[in-house]
Design a binder for this molecule. Structure first.
Ligand code: DQA
Length: 147
């Protein structure tokens, strides 16, 4: 297991960032966020891997593949946040720290976004800070790894 490899996992519709509801999610693309997160990770001596999928099972498979290989996970599960118990269970079977990340602040949006099934298996959640959240989430997971 690499003690300095972190998986950044992006859920459904995040591949459309930049085009999708820019008034909510901003104008930066997912690639822009990954570049920022990768730089923040490098500054902390962390090697960041990124996977995006629109499919719940692929995200579950990516979490399984991180077991014993990655030290931590930063996950923006998109709408799966609110109901995908298979992602909850996969994260529960991962040994390292998990940081939940959202560009927007789901708690300030529609009531159906107020529930997170990921939050109970995350060390903490960063939400509502837009692009800066990627840096904050990487720093949070690095802090947890550094004790
Ligand atoms: C999101 C918030 C979710 O409610 C939504 O379904 C998304 C993006 C965010 O980053 O703000 O797809 O995870």
């Amino acid at each position: 297991m690499s003690d300095r490899t972190v998986l950044l996992l992006s859920g459904p519709n995040l591949n459309l960032l930049g085009e999708r509801e820019p008034e909510v999610y901003g104008s930066a693309t997912l690639d822009d966020h990954v570049v920022g997160a990768t730089a923040a990770a490098a500054a902390r001596g962390i090697d960041l891997e990124h996977i995006q999928s629109n499919h719940e099972g692929e995200l579950v498979d990516a979490i399984h593949a991180a077991r014993g290989r990655c030290a931590g996970i930063v996950v923006n599960p998109g709408a799966f946040t609110h109901y995908a118990w298979a992602i909850h269970d996969a994260l529960a079977a991962f040994d390292g720290p998990v940081v939940e990340l959202h560009l927007s602040n789901p708690a300030a949006r529609e009531p159906w976004r107020h529930t997170s099934v990921v939050a109970p298996v995350a060390a903490g959640t960063i939400a509502g800070f837009g692009a800066a959240g990627y840096r904050m989430a990487v720093d949070a997971v690095a802090d947890l790894l550094d004790g």
